[in-house]
Design a protein around this ligand. Structure first.
Ligand code: RUB
Length: 360
């Protein structure tokens, strides 16, 4: 996989034109997020199985980013296929879809991205038309993602005031999307609207998306960011250091149940205790209007993420480990959900329905 890694030796800077994921010369190019913040490395894939592996190993992560990665993975699968008939091409694509889908179970955007491409493929009249329309659709999905985030930013910025200190968890930034970000997109838009704001980022153990990615992104955007250990959330809130919270989401149900990075639930509970508004920013592609809470699979990750720090053992051998990647925050703890079509407020079953209607 790393044979085709291109290391940029220039200054470590995420320029606004830089994309987390891109399609170039019939290949997928991604930032390898496992190398940040120390090195900015791009990886290039021509095989959809490498894209599946990149999603599984968090080279690319964040709900919208893996949705678009899945779509580009299918575009590669279409190019790789030697099928001579439409039926055989669809069978090859279905096999690739399954392999890509099985990489991570919680973020619904992956199923959304794959489903959209499969629909386009089924409508194509011959193999050439199918291959062309798959690539076009995947590229459009990447383009739309950035536009969607900017719209979300505009809506969300209205909820934040001058001198707010905003707590965020995990990374819901440009790196979790194709560009601009969801929760960090709202933070960027608030700053762009002229308001002075500060951010408190949790480090987000065990994979450190907060310290490695969020702090990195915000620093490079000249946004005032302070990093705290996950265990200091209660301290920061009880000392009056936080005025609002905003996080992203991997899946939101029609009832307003929010699935996001492990630790989100306890932040929301603590925010309620301290009467701090708790907002979620996510595109409509993150909503799952069909499932109930008992249907959602929470991804369990490997024990070594918890028993080691930077490759060094920090726990005894042969102990039990519980390492869920996500948790569920119930709707009664959520002040508002910011999307590209507007902001949903409780009661969520009605307001979420309205958001989807307003899209039509
Ligand atoms: C990512 C995570 C992020 C959401 C944000 O987890 O939980 O908060 O994906 O998504 P992981 P969005 O790093 O394990 O993929 O950008 O839609 O807000």
């Amino acid at each position: 996989m790393n044979n085709n890694a291109i290391t940029l030796k220039q200054k470590l800077k995420i320029h606004s034109s830089l994309r987390t994921i891109d399609w170039k010369n019939n290949a997928v190019v991604m930032i390898d997020q496992t190398k940040l913040p120390n090195r900015l490395v791009f990886v290039k894939y021509k095989d959809y199985k490498d894209v599946a592996n990149a999603i599984r190993t968090l080279v690319v992560r964040g709900a919208p980013a893996i949705g678009v990665s899945g779509a580009f993975g299918l575009a590669l699968a279409a190019l790789q296929s030697k099928a001579k008939t439409k039926e055989k091409l669809l069978a090859d694509l279905e096999q690739a879809r399954r392999i890509l889908f099985e990489t991570r179970p919680t973020a619904v955007n992956l199923a959304w991205g794959l489903g959209k491409i499969m629909d386009v493929a089924k409508k194509g009249k011959d193999i050439w038309a199918i291959k062309k329309s798959i690539i076009q659709t995947a590229k459009k999905m990447a383009e739309d993602d950035v536009q969607t985030n900017m719209k979300m930013g505009k809506h969300g910025a209205k909820l934040f005031e001058n001198n707010d200190t905003i707590m965020t968890h995990c990374n819901a930034g440009a790196l979790a999307t194709v560009g601009y970000g969801t929760a960090l997109g709202v933070i960027r838009a608030t700053k762009e609207s002229g308001k002075k704001i500060k951010v408190i980022a949790t480090e987000t153990r065990p994979v450190m998306q907060g310290s490695r990615l969020t702090a990195f992104e915000l620093k490079h955007d000249d946004i005032d960011v302070s990093l705290i250990p996950d265990t200091a959330v209660g301290y920061a809130m009880s000392k009056g250091l936080v005025t609002k919270v905003i996080v992203g989401a991997d899946r939101i149900l029609r009832t307003g149940h929010v699935y996001n990075k492990i630790g989100t639930y306890q932040i929301a509970l603590m925010a309620q205790q301290h009467k701090i508004p708790f907002y979620v920013a996510a595109p409509l592609s993150t909503f799952d209007l069909k499932s109930n809470p008992e249907d959602v699979i929470i991804e369990q990750r490997k024990a070594s993420e918890v028993t080691t720090v930077a490759g060094k053992k920090t726990a005894p051998d042969d102990i039990g480990v519980i390492n869920p990647a996500f948790d569920m925050t119930p709707p009664n703890l959520v002040t508002g959900i910011i999307t590209e079509t507007g902001i949903a407020k409780p009661p969520y079953p009605e307001s979420i329905k309205k958001l989807f209607k307003s899209r039509l």
